[in-house]
Design a protein around this ligand. Sequence first.
Ligand code: B1M
Length: 213
Amino acid sequence: LPLDERLAQCIIEGSKEGLAADLDLALQERVPLAIINGPLMAGMDEVGRQFNANQLIVAEVLQSAEAMKFAVAHLEPHMERTDAALRGRILLATVKGDVHDIGKNLVEIILSNNGYSVINLGIKVAAQELIAGYREHQPDIIGLSGLLVKSAQMMVETVQDFRAAGIAAPVLVGGAALSNRFTRLRIAPEYGGLVAYSPDAMSGLALANTIQD
Ligand code: B1M
């Protein structure tokens, strides 16, 4: 198989065999994010498709997630980093009820490589934990990730709780369940501060930079 297909296949099969060597080959011609956004994401999309069609069980999807995490960890040391002074502090979490964390962790890597101090609260994080984290760390931005349809609604409730707690820091939202439209029409009106949607980790960085400028 050609290199990209082998990479995608490792993710689809949840196999780490030969993955590191193939990632090293890919690194000779492309930057890490191009490898993630290209063949690795293509593999993940196929996993999602097969899962949706009941051709994969959760245990198999977990194996794919493990392979993806291994690949991201292998690529991370090769990612560009700026030694800029601290640009800002971000409190990051996957919302309550949602365990998906690969995208969130990618956002953490990209932001921390580019001058942000990231406090990653993990997965299934309830609004009250975020509020406590906000009070403790006083971040410039709060980042919420969610991949399930119900997570989009959870973000609406989460920002309502922020508002009730008197928090108005900019909120960055992302994850496959969201869209710009949902953010603009459903999440933002429930909050007292800025809510910005980003479709991927790099545009999350760009938005954070815009907020901090
Ligand atoms: Co789940 N899952 N999953 N899953 N899973 C999806 C999301 C699904 C679309 C698959 C499908 O059916 N086609 C579907 C959601 C359906 C829906 O609600 N519409 C689904 C489902 C149904 C479920 C369960 C309910 C299955 C079950 O138990 N019956 C269950 C949910 C459990 C729960 O959360 N309570 C479940 C469980 C799992 C696993 C644990 C097996 C595993 C997750 C492992 C882990 O994360 N540690 C898993 C996986 C791997 C997936 C798919 C296949 C891949 C997700 C992924 O990691 N993508 C996914 C299908 C898909 O997305 N194609 C699916 C790669 C990642 C890099 O992309 O996270 O989108 P993503 O992040 C992107 C952008 O979205 C953005 O940047 C990233 C890259 O640039 N981004 C942000 C993300 N967060 C951001 C935050 C930002 C900015 C940008 O600012 C703060």
